[in-house]
Design a binder for this molecule. Sequence first.
Ligand code: B12
Ligand code: SF4
Ligand code: SF4
Length: 347
Amino acid sequence: MVENRIAKYPFMLEHKSMEEKMNGNIEQYALSLGFDLVGFTSGKLPQKYIKAHEKWLEEGYEADMEYMKKPRVNEAKSVIVLGKNYYHDQPKLKKDNGRIARYAYGRDYHKVIGKMLKKLETYIAEADLEAKTKSYVDTGPVLERAFAEQANLGFIGKNSCLISPEFGSWIFLAVIFTTLNLVGKRHGDTKIVSQEQSAHAVGGEDVSRKIFNPRAGICNMSCGACTRCIDACPAGAIIAPGVVDARKCISYHTIENRNEIPPEIAAQIYKTKRIFGCDICQEACPHNLARQKPIKALPPKIAGDQIPITQIKTDQEFLETFAGSPLMRTKRKGLNRNFFFAQRPKR
Ligand code: B12
Ligand code: SF4
Ligand code: SF4
């Protein structure tokens, strides 16, 4: 039994701090499970993120997403931050079809990544019987982007997305809180310069060409003077750098809103044909244009990239078409409502 564990977790034989070795093993195992990015950071977040979140709630930018008001989860020695690329090129939109955001192409990522997280937690529990873990993938009021920036996975851009040097912002994030003391940031000591720190350091439109070079210890990734995402957002939802007002966001209304769609959003759904989620502020980003890498194999298609905007008549038909996909969240009623506005802007 003990021999088996040593064979599986060779660092147990070493004198070097077990936790120090452990983060290398966790990283390797996470990559083998299909994660693309792994980082480690402290469970404590600086006040700037906490304050930004509090202000966001004070202003009512969370719209009806009540779960965002639950107490923040922010108590653990360390946090393992994971990223998974989901970028793929989307074929041109056909007439009478509506656009599905890229993240929703196949099976719901909460399920897919949830399973991967469980495996990683089991690995940790077997390696250190004392270790406690708790994982999240979009499943709680955890500031995942803030932890990802702190773990040096990338920087938070003006569209509020976490932009990585490897894949741009086309990554899902997930976190595991743990009682283990895991050390070492991704990319060694290379600091990814955030928009806030380098607002004046990198100017102009050439932000995408600022090369990431971990060996030289530099990564001048930042937004600089660029405002393309803010200018491209058809709904004016990016109300300040890094701040999205969900009440104005097409993504919120087409996925999360269970009630009436305001007329100005209805008009935007009609214009953009975004019937589930919205990628416009990511498509505009020069970092993405320079860095996006299609995933090696597309997951099995459920909703795909576009679907006909034709009312779905029965729950049975809805279930047969979308079972397992993120589109289940809107239910038939919500999706039909989105279709309705994609066909005409007003009720
Ligand atoms: C609520 C939510 C939404 C809401 C609100 C989005 C928002 N920007 O707040 C809606 C429904 C609109 C939404 C849309 C989308 N979402 Co969403 N969403 C979330 C969720 C559950 C919480 C986000 C949150 O806490 N918002 C509150 C604000 C305050 O926090 P924040 O956006 O992280 O902003 C931080 C920084 O910007 C910074 N900050 C903000 N202002 C300022 C100001 C200053 C001065 C400073 C210093 C810092 C600072 O601090 C904030 C707090 O840490 C997360 C999962 C999670 N638990 O984290 C997913 C998450 C952010 N969403 C995700 C995705 C993929 C999307 C969409 C792309 C989906 C789509 N295609 O339609 C869009 C993108 C829209 C956009 N530009 O953000 C991914 C993002 C991955 C990434 N690379 O960033 C996440 C992490 C889910 C996941 N696990 O992968 N989402
Ligand atoms: S997801 Fe769409 S509507 Fe929301 S902020 Fe980005 S571009 Fe604007
Ligand atoms: S489009 Fe420009 S401003 Fe927006 S996140 Fe990308 S680099 Fe930053």
